[in-house]
Write a protein that binds this ligand. Structure first.
Ligand code: ATP
Ligand code: MG
Length: 441
């Protein structure tokens, strides 16, 4: 295994002091997959005090020292070195309830979650892989270390982590591991919400539709509001799938950004509550976008999502229904002025995925309209940028010089002037706009 010079130096220093030092976990797994690890974690026979002695002349990060982890600052960032340890239940916290230092790397590997994460490498001794992680990787299998039921009881977050690894590395979840994920999913309730949120974000970024469909019972545990969408028949010629199957396809189709993936996952969460059928028996979901936006707001608050993340997801859901109006430049200019290019790009991606995920042919015609609108947005953005009150050629001070008094009327006048520019009734030029404002006065 290739290790960076900065990491090898630390391992050498430990070896010279008579301790074992192994690269462990994600970095060993990633290299076995031919990927470049994003960081290198080490584990060692040295106790935390001994680690601090060996690296007495280095700057250290000691935040995790109680759990046996010492961070050593190197040119490539902080390398964490953890004393070989066993650990107890994670309860709901981010850290195990207790840790106990152990003498061998094998015992340390036994506390790790999945076989593919329970491999270590040491330049002097080669690989330690007591649970067959390498073989599992080669066969494409995700398998818990030890008894999966016990392992998921110790820390239910491992269920979501496991699904994330399965999604990211396209692994099949081994049968006992999968059965335990299902039987222990109740444990998700006891976890700190922000841990669940973070794990859901990374899982969604990697998951495809078949995986999302497979993990329905687990998603329904993490986000109970999704349960009614599962198997909910839409009774509509516009939809080939039940609500959740549609959600799964839309989620797979949006670009892999956590916000967009979350918005896709929740975009139709309001449908079951809004369902009605007309005299012909056809299903409708009037108002589901705003009902869904309210629900998503609550769901993300409960998951302790950062408020800007929540706000953007809720906005996307509220606006996810594509307009049937023929795409026009004025509409694009107005949308850009109001919401900015970033949000509009995300919204277009969501609307296109929403159409594609209906599983019906007519959606193709409508997507042409959306593509055209996207093109117009980019064109206006390129040519004119974002018109807004900030870029309007007149401001409040100009209007007050004309004789307007400070107050709501001044604000309304500025809005009306912006509207004239957006609809291209007036150019964005000071004289022309002042003339208009004078007339209104
Ligand atoms: P990533 O590429 O996402 O960082 P990783 O495998 O390095 O993947 P980390 O969360 O950085 O994941 O954890 C490092 C290692 O610690 C894991 O490979 C695994 O061996 C162990 N580990 C992490 N979290 C747990 C857990 N909840 N239960 C058991 N072992 C864990
Ligand atoms: Mg890692």
């Amino acid at each position: 295994m290739q290790l960076p010079k900065t990491v090898l130096e630390l391992m050498d220093a430990l070896a010279c002091a008579g301790f074992e030092a192994w690269a462990v976990g994600g970095c060993v797994r990633d290299q076995a997959l031919g990927l470049v690890p994003h960081d290198y974690d080490l584990c060692s026979s040295a106790l935390p005090e001994q680690l601090q002695q060996v690296f007495a002349d280095r700057s250290l990060v000691l935040a995790g020292v109680k759990h046996g982890t010492v961070g050593v600052v190197t040119e490539d960032g902080v390398v964490e070195i953890t004393t070989f340890r066993r650990e107890g239940d994670y309860a709901d916290s981010r850290h195990p309830g207790w840790v106990q230092f152990v003498p061998t790397v094998q015992e340390d590997l036994a506390r790790r979650d999945f076989t593919i994460n329970a491999m270590a490498y040491c330049p002097q001794k080669g690989y330690a892989d007591p649970f067959g992680g390498r073989g599992d990787l080669e066969q494409g299998i995700l398998r818990a270390v030890g008894d999966p039921v016990r392992r998921f009881r110790e820390d239910a977050l491992r269920i979501l982590r496991g699904i994330r690894f399965a999604a990211r590395f396209r692994l099949e979840i081994e049968a006992h591991t999968w059965a335990a994920m299902l039987s222990e999913a109740d444990g998700l309730d006891a976890l700190a919400r922000e841990r669940v949120f973070e794990e859901l974000c990374s899982l969604l970024v990697w998951a495809d539709a078949p995986l999302l469909l497979k993990i329905r019972p687990i998603l329904a545990k993490a986000i109970p509001e999704l349960a009614p969408t599962m198997g909910f028949c839409q009774h509509s010629p516009h939809h080939a799938y039940d609500v959740f199957t549609h959600i799964a396809y839309v989620t797979q189709s949006v670009p892999p950004q956590p916000e967009l993936r979350f918005a896709a996952l929740l975009h139709d969460v309001g449908k079951p509550a809004c369902f009605t059928r007309d005299e012909t028996g056809r299903g409708h979901f009037y108002g589901h976008a705003s009902v869904g936006a309210e629900m998503a707001d609550k769901i993300l608050q409960e998951l302790r999502a950062p408020s800007d993340f929540r706000e953007r997801v809720v906005w996307l859901i509220r606006h996810h229904m594509a307009s049937d109006a023929p795409p026009e430049k004025t509409m694009a200019r107005r949308a850009l002025s109001r919401y900015g290019i970033q949000r509009m790009r995300q919204l277009m991606a969501l609307q296109m995925a929403d159409l594609a995920g209906k599983g019906v042919v007519e959606a193709e015609d409508r997507s042409t309209g959306l593509e055209e609108f996207s093109r117009l947005l980019e064109q206006v953005w390129q040519e004119e940028g974002q018109l807004s009150l900030k870029t309007l050629a007149v401001n409040g001070r100009d209007l007050m010089e004309l004789g307007y008094l400070p107050g709501p009327r001044l604000g309304r006048t500025l809005d009306a002037l912006l509207e004239l520019v957006l609809s291209q009734e007036q150019p964005n030029e000071k004289q022309a706009l002042l003339k208009k404002a004078k007339q209104w006065l």
